[in-house]
Write a protein of this length. Structure first.
Length: 400
């Protein structure tokens, strides 16, 4: 199989340092999540951010030119950026519904691509990206950075070492406290832009579930509803979306205002997943919880693992707990693995995923998600959303 379509996975973790040639790259969608491209700019490592596209260049012109130099190209037109012959790669960090269009354009321009998750908002969109990347011989890498979270790596290490016997079940509970700050005040609130938040947010966790279990979802059934944000005050149609501001004082959601004029995505979602190797999993997601957290429980024939927190901060240590002997109630388990604090976005995972991407550009091996991995996470989320919208009918999830 072509390494452009499905790169070879290597054990996850820090990418070994190798001599890499300099890479000049640009970013489409420089605001919002596009800040990852600025973080990836590292001249000391031969990585040069030299161009950016955004609808509002005046907001970031001074900062980017100060960081990247006065000859930095800043444009509103993504196709002007892609036309530059001196760019080796492009980060695509636009809203989800534009991922397919911009990735296909980058592939046609011969640029290697770092694509923010989700890969696309439809299965067909993912398949078009995969087919075009293989046809053109262009490398596309989807930034599933959760594979590089230290807590996820520790759980993966314990499972693969057989510390809980043979893995049988994975339960993931996803508490999303910022639904009222962000997702129900901007483009995320509309199906036409996301398909649903099971896909937009859940693609991360479904990829991690597949990765931990070493198998893809083969059948999915879902249940969910829009239960809170459809009942709250909306801003008028045509009024500009407020600038996203994550603030713990924004609580409870029922006292907030200014929500999107159009809200048709669910704010509470549940999936049951049958994986191809027999492992079964559940994924639950709620967008009006007071806490922001992902909690994984992995159950095997000889024990279970659970994380308390995903990333450590200077004020809070995340930890992974192992239970592998008979016991009554035990909050901490039989072994506790404290997760060290790491510098860099998302608990130190962003620098690792950038290293993996730039290393992949120079070879055919990567520790992160392959295109097929990213596509199968979207497929499970897409069909799970279809299930919850059709009376919880089960859907088979097929590979391309």
């Amino acid at each position: 199989m072509s390494t452009h379509r499905l790169h070879q996975n290597v054990p996850p973790g820090p990418v070994p340092e190798i001599a890499l040639r300099p890479v000049r790259f640009g970013v489409i969608g420089a605001e919002g999540r596009g800040v990852v491209a600025t973080a990836a700019h590292a001249p000391e490592k031969g990585r040069w951010l030299t161009a950016a596209c955004t609808l509002h260049p005046e907001r970031i012109a001074g900062e980017l030119k100060a960081r990247c130099g006065p000859d930095f190209l800043l444009t509103r037109d993504p196709y002007e950026l892609l036309a530059r012959r001196d760019l080796d790669a492009v980060f695509i960090c636009t809203p989800d519904f534009l991922h397919e269009e911009h990735t296909l354009a980058a592939i046609d321009a011969g640029k290697s691509v770092y694509l923010e998750k989700p890969m696309a908002i439809t299965i067909e969109g993912c398949d078009r990206i995969m087919a075009q990347a293989e046809k053109k011989g262009v490398k596309v890498y989807v930034g599933h950075n959760m594979r590089f979270f230290a807590a996820m790596l520790k759980m993966k290490e314990l499972v693969d070492a057989g510390r809980i016997g043979r893995l049988q079940a994975i339960w993931c509970r996803h508490f999303v406290a910022i639904g009222g700050d962000a997702y129900f005040k901007d483009w995320h609130s509309e199906r036409r832009h996301t398909h649903g938040l099971l896909l937009q947010k859940g693609a991360h966790d479904l990829d991690v579930i597949h990765w931990l279990a070493r198998a893809y979802t083969s059948r999915v059934v879902g249940m969910g509803k829009l239960s809170v944000y459809n009942q709250l005050p909306r801003r008028e149609a045509g009024a500009p979306a407020p600038v996203v501001k994550i603030d713990r004082r924004n609580w409870p959601p029922t006292r907030m205002t200014g929500f999107s004029p159009e809200i048709d995505v669910e704010d509470h979602n549940m999936l049951l997943l049958q994986l191809a190797n027999g492992v079964q999993a559940s994924y639950t997601q709620c967008h009006y919880t007071p806490d922001n957290h992902r909690n994984y429980t992995l159950i095997g024939t000889e024990g279970r693992i659970e994380n308390h927190g995903c990333v450590s901060t200077p004020d809070h240590w995340a930890s992974v707990h192992l239970w592998n002997r008979r016991t009554g109630y035990s909050e901490v388990g039989h072994e506790v693995f404290r997760i060290p604090h790491a510098e860099g976005g998302h608990g130190g995972s962003d620098p690792l995923v950038f290293d993996d991407f730039f290393s992949y550009l120079q070879g055919d091996r990567a520790a992160g998600a392959s295109l097929l991995d990213a596509r199968m996470a979207v497929a499970a989320a897409y069909l799970g959303t279809q299930s919850l919208r059709t009376g919880s009918l089960p859907f088979d999830v097929c590979q391309p």
